[in-house]
Structure formats: C-alpha cells, structure tokens
Design a protein around this ligand. Sequence first.
Ligand SMILES: C[S@@+](CC[C@H](N)C(=O)[O-])C[C@H]1O[C@@H](n2cnc3c(N)ncnc32)[C@H](O)[C@@H]1O
Length: 263
Amino acid sequence: MTSEPIRFTDGAAYDRFMGVWSRLAGQEFLDWIAPEHGQRWLDVGCGNGAFTQMIVEQSEPFSIVGIDPSEAQLAFARQQPLLQSVDFVNGDAMALPFPEDAFDLAVMPLVIFFVPEPAQGLAEMVRVVAPGGTVAAYAWDMEGGGFPYQIVNETLSAVGRSAPNPPSAGSSRLDVLGDLWTTAGLNGIQSKAIDVERTFADFDDLWNTVLGGPSAGQTLATMNEEDVSRVRELLRARLQTAGSSPITLSGRAHAIRGTVPDR
Ligand SMILES: C[S@@+](CC[C@H](N)C(=O)[O-])C[C@H]1O[C@@H](n2cnc3c(N)ncnc32)[C@H](O)[C@@H]1O
C-alpha cells in the first residue's frame, strides 16, 4: 500500500471519474436530509461543486459556502454558471474559518475519509452550525468494498501496484461514523447505507474514465505502457466483458446525520 495521497489537481478529471457517482449517491443523501428551504449551508470539501450544485438547484438555500483545500477543484466550481451565487473558500475541514453558529446545516459529501482527523473536522462543523441545525456526511464504505472502482484497485494490486487510499478510510464504517457523531454530542443521530449503480457504455468508456483521474489514475500515470496494457487486459478479463457490452459497477456509501444540541 502506497502512502501517496490522492491528489485533486483537475476538476474536470474529477468530474469524469467521480462526478456521476457523486450525483447519484448525493441525490439519495440530499433526499434523506430533506432540508427546509431558505437555510444557510456549508459544504465542507465541496470539491468541484458537484454536490454544491444539487443544493443550489434543489434546496433554495438562503446562502451557501463551499470550502476545499484544492484550488483546482475550486477553480472548476467557480466556473459553473449555476454556482455563481456560492462563496467558494480555500480551506481545511479541521480549521474552518467561520464563527460559531454561522450556518444552519453543514455537510461533508465524500470527504470525511480524506480528513486526517475526522473527529476534529466534525467538531468544527458542530461549532459553526447553530443549535438545532444539522450536521451530516456520507462516504464510500472503503473497508466493506463499497468504493465503486474497487475492482480497478484490486487489479492494480494483482500486478503488485496499489492505488492511493484516503488517509482515514476506516472512518466510513457505520459503527465508526456512529461513534464520531455520538462523541461529538449530536442529537437524533440517524444513519443509513446508500447503494448506487453506474453503467459505462463499454470497457473503453470505463477505462478512459479511470485514466487521468485521481486514485488508480494516479498510479497508472506512473507506469510504463506495457504494464498499463497488462492492467487494462487483466481488468477486462475480470469484468468478463466483450468489446462493446455495457458495464455496470456499483458503490455503497454510509450516511449519517445529527442535530446540534443547545449550547
Ligand atoms: C471525493 S472529493 C468530494 C467532492 C464533493 N464533495 C463531491 O461530493 O463530489 C473529496 C474532496 O475533499 C477535499 N479534501 C481533502 N482533504 C480535505 C480536508 N482536510 N478538508 C476539506 N476538504 C478536503 C478534496 O480536495 C476533494 O475535493
């Protein structure tokens, strides 16, 4: 296992690799939160704005701030016509540059496992959300095989290479999320699994989505042509796909929510 971090250096590549998944799972997450309209939102780890845009389109926020440490992701988000009303800030979940009670709702969609100290990131969300407000997150079940491209990562392992892993992969377990939310003192904690499927037109569609993206794409970019071809053909064999048949992959995420208590 490599210790190299997953790098988010290209918002468009992120969108090809993860955007579709993010919107599929994000929709179920947003429906589950069922937020009232007119709220002050904070989107922590907003990335290229995939989930932020769903909030804007569906939840009629009073205001919305997106924060992320990747300037490349933020640059992509800032270019989106529907996100012109969003305040995008470069920053870290573990030190949110906002005062207490500044928001009604804070979310971390597909982010908690990237935060080196998830408890600290959660404490920060609790601090900046007003009593009675919601703090919610969801993340791929990395340890339970829920990462949608797990088969790609396994294929890399089969040739002695590895895709980078998020630093806090274990934080996406339901029991760990439950402990985090409980320890943070949140009320009315609820959690659930989110299952999604994405169908690629054919093997090349899947392969080109992985190439150039974060995660396995980073490892493939460091390999020579012969080794990359070997991984590609091994993956094709594992998926047992003939040239032009569609391929469906699935992902499982864990979601959690709670309410900020009176202070
Ligand atoms: C998988 S993306 C999720 C993006 C977006 N929320 C979505 O649902 O598509 C993870 C994001 O977390 C961000 N990230 C990584 N470490 C972070 C940290 N310590 N604080 C806040 N965001 C972080 C990355 O820059 C990246 O944009």
